[in-house]
Ligand binder design. Structure first.
Ligand SMILES: [Zn+2]
Ligand SMILES: [Zn+2]
Length: 111
C-alpha cells in the first residue's frame, strides 16, 4: 500500500477517490441517455465536457483510476462534477440539474 497522496491539478485538493475523465464521461453519458435530451444536445454536452476536462500534456500524474485501473487521474471528482454542472446550466433545464445532483451525489464523487 502506497502512502503518497495526489493533488487535483485544478483545485489542489487531495484526490481521495480517483476516477479518470473517461470513466467519468462514461457515467455522464449513461445518465444523459436516460434523460429527455436530443442526441445532438447530448453529443454537445459530452464534447464540451471532454474538452473542459482534457488532461494537459505536462505533468501526467501516476495515480490510477479506481474504476478502470488503466488511466491516470489528474482531477478530483468535485472538479469533474462542477464542470459538468457549468455545461448543463447552459441547457437551462433545472429539472435536469436537480437530477444530476441526485445521481452524482454519491460518496465516490465527494472529497
Ligand atoms: Zn479538483
Ligand atoms: Zn477510469
Amino acid at each position: 500500500m502506497k502512502t503518497e497522496y495526489y493533488l487535483c491539478k485544478k483545485c489542489l485538493h487531495v484526490i481521495s477517490n480517483p476516477v479518470c475523465s473517461e470513466c467519468f464521461l462514461g457515467h455522464v453519458n449513461e445518465w444523459l441517455s436516460g434523460r429527455r435530451i436530443s442526441s445532438e444536445k447530448k453529443t454537445e454536452v459530452i464534447d464540451e465536457l471532454r474538452r473542459s476536462i482534457k488532461i494537459s500534456d505536462e505533468g501526467i500524474s501516476d495515480v490510477d483510476c479506481v474504476i478502470c485501473h488503466e488511466n491516470t487521474v489528474d482531477f478530483c471528482t468535485y472538479c469533474l462534477v462542477l464542470r459538468t454542472k457549468w455545461i448543463l446550466k447552459k441547457l437551462n433545464d433545472k429539472e435536469m440539474i436537480d437530477d444530476f445532483d441526485d445521481v452524482f451525489n454519491y460518496e465516490i464523487w465527494t472529497h
